[in-house]
Ligand binder design. Structure first.
Ligand code: CU
Ligand code: ZN
Length: 515
């Protein structure tokens, strides 16, 4: 291999200490900016990167030779639902084995606090170990992360659905009273004071679907005061996509939040191609000076609660937020009371029970308990590529690793982009793809000191082979780790070494704008 050091990074050699805890030698460094890669050794002391350059004359307590491999910042999953899972399964293997070193939890309106309301949803899917006590607000949640230490870092969004349930109980199909809005706003303030990165909504879900733009903007304004992000699973990803993007932009303008369109897509065959217009809207808003971006998982199928598919009339007239889908497009992913239903297409139940699709789905929801999730084939491959290639898109998994057949995105998102979409199809360049996975989300969510390979940054790193990296998680066997990604380092510690999880619990809570 031919070695050529850049002058500016070679300086590190002369100024650095002569001993490091770890040196990653000989890799091709992609620094997270989107710029060209360069050959360099990376020296790590404690939890920080302390040198990037030629360290051939220096020694370290531990070293790995990674010539021929890419060294990149650890991936930041901006769309996670692992609020409870990082505590129930602290190795968080589905994430760490695919290079994720930080998750942003609390998406789609479902947050980690207040505890009792939050636990009603995620706590049942991901039961917490007995040593973890119910936490008090977001301050308590982030303190619990710091105390219990999962294998990766956790940043949190405050979730609107959780707050609305807490404020309004069973009476959801009405506007909130002033007191109820104040109650929600109070929790946003508590969360943002504690270091939350923003506020999220899920407007196809209970109970967010009953909220008006004014209600959302009123509550989001508290987050805007802290310069937080407003992330939204928008009200409609189908026929009403453009109005729903417009609503998110209005909330951004009214609240002072920057805006993140969650899992940007056009859902349902009648609406494919609509993504062109929503991308144009994002571009136009950016030209007006708004900070608007989006995230994406790299699949033509989505995954959500089967109850939400029914509520959005996706199996009948398709007039709701998901668009129209057929029974054969729907796979039962997670069905806690009837695990034997998992992995089967809704079409097979339609046939077996001789019922219309919506009645068969309703029966599965009725029998399946509170947590029935489905995989739904609803997107166009061309749209997926268009969104991925666009510079305003970053990456998130939207993974929910519960049941026997969850969506493979929970295991495969990052290696799938690096293998299928970068190497095999050239949809996006490798430096750009890494930027969408690291520096770009770190800047957007104010994760200070993360997202880049440079001196003084935190040592969150991934080593992978650009020639072989690929996802192996399929719809049949989703819980399959990728290949070609041997090392993952969090805060200076190997969490994955030689493709094996070390069980190191190196993660911490990340607070907005703080190191
Ligand atoms: Cu989500
Ligand atoms: Zn969502």
């Amino acid at each position: 291999m031919h070695w050529e050091f850049r002058d500016d990074i070679t300086r590190a050699m002369n100024t650095s200490q002569d001993k490091y805890d770890l040196i990653i030698r000989g890799g091709e460094v992609y620094d997270g900016t989107g710029g060209d890669p360069f050959k360099a050794d990376v020296g790590i002391t404690g939890d920080r990167i302390t040198a990037v350059g030629d360290l051939s004359a220096v020694i370290a307590d531990d070293e790995i030779n990674v010539s021929g491999m890419a060294v990149s910042p650890g991936f930041i999953d901006v769309h996670s639902h692992d609020d409870f899972h990082v505590l129930s399964s602290p190795d968080v293997e589905h994430n760490t084995l695919q290079g994720i070193t930080t998750v942003v939890v609390g998406n789609c309106g479902f947050g980690a606090a207040p505890y009792d309301t939050a636990a009603g949803r995620l706590g049942e899917l991901f039961a917490l170990p007995p040593e973890i006590e119910p936490w008090d607000g977001y301050a308590g949640y982030l303190a619990t992360i710091d105390q219990f230490k999962p294998s990766l870092n956790v940043a949190a969004l405050v979730g609107h659905n959780t707050l609305r349930l807490d404020a309004m109980g069973d009476n959801q199909e009405v506007p909130p009273s002033i007191d109820q809005v104040t109650h929600m706003a109070g929790w946003v303030a508590e969360g943002m004071d504690a270091g939350a990165v923003g506020f999220s909504t899920g407007l196809i879900y209970e109970p967010g679907r009953y909220s008006t733009t004014d209600e959302i903007a009123a509550v989001a304004t508290v987050a805007g005061g802290y310069r937080g992000v407003y992330t939204s699973h928008i009200r409609n990803e189908a026929e009403g996509l453009l109005q729903a993007v417009e609503e998110a932009l209005i909330v951004g303008e009214m609240s002072g939040c920057s805006v993140q369109i969650s899992h940007h897509k056009a859902s349902g065959g009648d609406n494919w191609g609509g993504i062109e217009r929503s991308i144009e809207m994002i571009e136009a808003a950016r030209e007006r000076g708004m900070d608007v971006t989006a995230d994406q998982y790299p699949y033509t199928s989505g995954s959500t609660r089967l109850a939400a598919v029914l509520q959005n009339r996706a199996l009948t007239d398709g007039s709701g937020g998901i668009g129209r889908v057929q029974a054969e497009d729907v796979l039962v992913a997670t069905c806690t009371e009837r695990p034997e239903y998992e992995g089967h297409s809704l079409a097979s139940f339609v046939e077996e029970w001789d019922l219309p699709a919506e009645d068969a789905a309703q029966r599965i929801v009725d029998e399946g308990g509170d947590h029935v999730y489905a995989v739904i084939f609803m997107m166009d491959e061309g749209d997926v590529r268009r969104v991925m290639a666009h510079p305003t898109t970053m990456i998130g998994t939207d993974g929910i690793p519960a049941g026997s057949r969850p969506h493979p995105r929970a295991w495969g998102t990052y290696p799938r982009i690096l293998g299928k979409y970068v190497r095999e199809e050239g949809v996006v360049s490798l430096p750009d793809a890494i930027h969408k996975m690291s520096g770009m989300p770190a800047d957007k969510f104010q994760l200070t000191g993360r997202g880049y390979v440079r001196e003084d940054a935190f040592a969150d790193l991934v080593v992978f082979d650009p020639d072989t990296v690929i996802d192996r998680a399929t719809y049949e066997e989703p819980k399959t780790p990728p290949t070609g990604m041997p090392h993952v380092i969090v805060n200076g510690a190997f969490v994955v070494r030689d493709a094996l999880h070390t069980h190191a619990r190196a993660g911490r809570a990340l607070r907005r704008g703080q190191e």
